[in-house]
Structure formats: C-alpha cells, structure tokens
Write a protein that binds this ligand. Structure first.
Ligand SMILES: Cc1cc2nc3c(=O)[nH]c(=O)nc-3n(C[C@H](O)[C@H](O)[C@H](O)COP(=O)(O)OP(=O)(O)OC[C@H]3O[C@@H](n4cnc5c(N)ncnc54)[C@H](O)[C@@H]3O)c2cc1C
Length: 398
C-alpha cells in the first residue's frame, strides 16, 4: 500500500473510473508527481455498480464525440492503454427503440451522430424483429442500432487504468479520505487527508457523490442528489439465446446481457433520493416484480424467466443530469470532473485525456467545456437532455 506523500504536482480526489482515467492520462503524459487519493478502494463507489453500457450516440455533439473517442479506446485497449489490464468490453450491439411520437427525433439525432462518426444505423421494426426474434416490436416505429457497441466491466476498467497509471509512475493511495481542499490567495495549495497536509498546485475533484461536500467550504455550491437506481437480474429461459443491449424509450427501461444466461434490467429513471452513506443497497421486492412485468412486455418469452434479485447503485445527479467539467476559476489550480448523473462510464477512458490536456496545456483538445461550467446552475443555463430521441435543442450542436 502506497504511503501518502507530502507533496505532488497533481492531486486527484476519488478512485472511480474518472479519477482512474485522469491518473492514467497524466502519467502517460509524464506530467510529474501524480497522486490519486481514494477513501475506500478503486471502483468502490457507483463505478463498481455501473451497468457500464458503452455506446456511441447521443443527441448532443459533445457527448457523441466524447463517447466515440472512448469507444475507440475500449476497442483498442492494449494499444492505447497497454499493461495487463482489460476492461472486459463485450460487443453485443445496442438497440435504441422509439415509438411513433419520438421516431423523428431518433432519426434526426442518429443521422447527426453518424455524420460525426458514430457507428449507428436506423432500422425498421421488421429489421429489429429479424435481429432479435424474441422481441415484441408491435409498438415500435423506428430503432437505431450500434453493431459495435456493448458493455464493459466497470471495476476491471477502473483497475486497469489505475494499475497502468501506477506502472507509469503515479502514486495511488487507497483507504484514505480527503478531508478538505486547501486554498489560499485565490489558488489551490493542496489537500488535507485524514489530518495530514499534501501540498499541490493542482487538484482535480473526481469525488462523485461527495464532490460538492469538498467544494462547499470554498463557497462553490453545486447540488448533487444521490439517486437510487435499482437493477434487477433475470435468467433467460432456454432457447432465448443472447440479445443486444436495449434502450427502450417506450417502456422507459434498459437492459443488457450479463454473464451466462442472465439479463440485467432497470428503469431509465428513478426519483428516490437517499443518503449515500446509509441506503438500501438491494432491490425492493415490488420493484423486482414491476421490472419482471416490464421485461416480459418487451420479451414475452421472459414470462418464463426467473427473477434473480437485484441491487441498487447511486447516480450523482446534478440539476440537469450532466457533469461539471473543467476549471473552477474562483481558485487557480482547481478542476472538476464529477456529477455524471448516470451516464459517465462510457466516456471515462477519454475524459481523463481531455482533463489532463486542459490542465497541462490550457485547452481540452477541440472540445468546448463551457456548457459544463459549475456556474450554469446558478445562471439557470442548463444543458438539455441528450438522450437518443431527445427533442431538438440549439445546445445539441455544441
Ligand atoms: C446502476 C448504475 C448504472 C449505470 N449505468 C451506466 C451505463 O450503462 N453507462 C454509463 O456510461 N454510465 C452508467 N452509470 C454511471 C457511471 O457508472 C458513473 O457516471 C461513473 O461510474 C462515475 O464515475 P466517477 O469516477 O465520476 O465517480 P464514482 O464512481 O462515484 O467515484 C468517486 C470516488 O470518489 C471517492 N471519494 C469520494 N469522496 C472522497 C474523499 N473525500 N476522499 C477520497 N475519495 C473520495 C469515492 O469513494 C468513489 O470511489 C451507471 C451508474 C449506476 C449507479
């Protein structure tokens, strides 16, 4: 176990997949003494409970480009990241389904994403049926299909990034919390971890659900609501075979295959806000029953499936369900990468590259992070929904 150094060039708070990615990219860029501090163990927070869908297409250009860049890393991990780790990427394909009301939005958004390089095509209900014969397509008007998308193993991904960062010289300290971010004279001077000061001119806050608690004492107020999301497992009956990941805007559910003949299934949105330090980590009996009904609506054969329980994970939900990214200009040297609100896994291998470029070179490649500044909340300049079949919005072209 690494000891806590007295100083560093960059301190990253949090060993979820975003902190892990930042540590890797800083180390890869030989950015000096990189220190990641995680209060528990790597991927012990929401990252470890992620469904970890890896897809390429959003309604908003920023996210489509970021997801595509990350997808390329997932698919070329050995060449880009190297080391012995493996993110466990499984290319099972991904379908997004729309009914008549949302079909035109899905069409417009998918065509735009394809223009930007996303591997997505539009297919008819009959083509969906040919691809997945077990699916009920009666209510569908259109679907998008990403043949090269799928899912990964979130814990393996974070650990592969951290282990590679360590090989490249980063220091990873686990089971040690950061008490506070230290600042003086309008700039960051380090952190205090369990009573011990670490001096550093740069601090990157990747503390997820707890990121706001570290910022509030500095006068930076961002609301983060811990949203409880219940995921349920169902055993597919014999003869069903495997299926692609499915995002279903009609039933407001999503699912993907899990190991063996299991499918993991959940709702696209939940509204239960909980205490992240004391919440029910299992799935409620009535939610499992409801999810069993929903999965059988889409796959009638699942009436003969077996409910196998479930678990809950938390989204670090900001007011617009989008992350806070970039500099916190009130304090030179303070940066944010948190609040991904349930869609941050797929971007993570690339986000560390963006953030490290911003911090080292003053520019996040050709990505504009302005829409994701923390002050947008108090300015009421929120980022719109960027889901597959979202309504058009001028910010989608950012
Ligand atoms: C059920 C579920 C399903 C999901 N499905 C998907 C999906 O299909 N696709 C997708 O793209 N995304 C998905 N997500 C979202 C995705 O998993 C998250 O956006 C992502 O994992 C967030 O990573 P993170 O590193 O920002 O935060 P976290 O995983 O929250 O990591 C933050 C870390 O910081 C540590 N920490 C906090 N405070 C301190 C402190 N003071 N000192 C030291 N360490 C601290 C925590 O212990 C934690 O390990 C899902 C999430 C959940 C819960």
């Amino acid at each position: 176990m690494a000891d806590l150094p007295k100083s560093a060039d960059v301190v990253i708070i949090g060993g979820g997949v975003h902190g892990a990615s930042a540590a890797f990219h800083f180390a890869r860029k030989k950015a000096g003494r990189i220190l990641l501090i995680e209060k528990k163990f790597i991927a012990s927070g929401p990252t470890g409970r992620s469904t970890a869908l890896v897809r390429q297409f959003y309604a908003m250009d920023f996210f489509t480009r970021s997801a595509c860049a990350a997808h390329t890393i997932f698919r070329n991990w050995k060449d880009v990241v190297g080391g012995d780790g493996d993110p466990g990427f499984q290319k099972v394909g991904l379908l997004a389904l729309a009914g008549p009301e949302r079909a035109e939005h899905l069409r417009r958004n998918a065509l735009r994403a394809a223009e930007l390089g996303a591997g997505v095509e539009l297919i008819s209900p009959a083509e969906v049926r040919a691809l997945v014969p077990a699916m009920n397509v009666d209510d569908l008007a259109l679907a998008s299909y990403e043949a090269d998308s799928g899912y990964a193993d979130p814990s393996s991904t974070a650990n592969a990034l951290v282990n590679r960062a360590r090989e490249l010289g980063a220091t990873i300290v686990q089971y040690r919390g950061v008490d506070r971010i230290r600042a003086a004279g309008g700039k960051v001077v380090g952190v205090t971890s369990e009573g011990v000061d670490v001096d550093a001119p740069v601090v990157l806050n990747c503390a997820g659900l707890y990121a706001n608690r570290l910022l509030a004492p500095l006068g930076i107020e961002v609301a983060i609501k811990p949203e409880r999301h219940q995921m349920c497992f169902f055993r597919r009956p014999a003869g069903f075979g495997v299926h692609p990941a499915v995002a279903d805007s009609l039933l407001m559910t999503y699912m993907r295959p899990e190991h063996g003949d299991l499918t993991i299934h959940g709702k696209l949105s939940y509204d239960e806000i909980v205490d992240p330090d004391a919440y029910n980590e299992g799935a409620d009996a009535d939610q499992i029953v409801r999810n069993a009904e929903l999965i059988a609506e889409r796959f009638p054969v699942m009436e003969h499936g077996l409910a196998m329980g479930g678990y809950s994970g938390l989204y670090d939900a900001t007011p617009d369900h989008h992350p806070v990214l970039g500099a916190i200009p009130e304090y030179a040297g303070l940066y944010a990468d948190f609040g991904w609100s349930g869609h941050g896994f797929k971007h993570s291998p690339f986000t560390g590259d963006l953030m490290s470029d911003l911090i080292l070179h003053g520019k996040a490649k050709d990505f504009d992070l302005t829409p994701f500044r923390w002050t947008r909340f108090r300015e009421n300049d929120l980022v719109p929904s960027a889901r597959w079949a979202a309504d058009p919005h001028p910010k989608h072209r950012l």
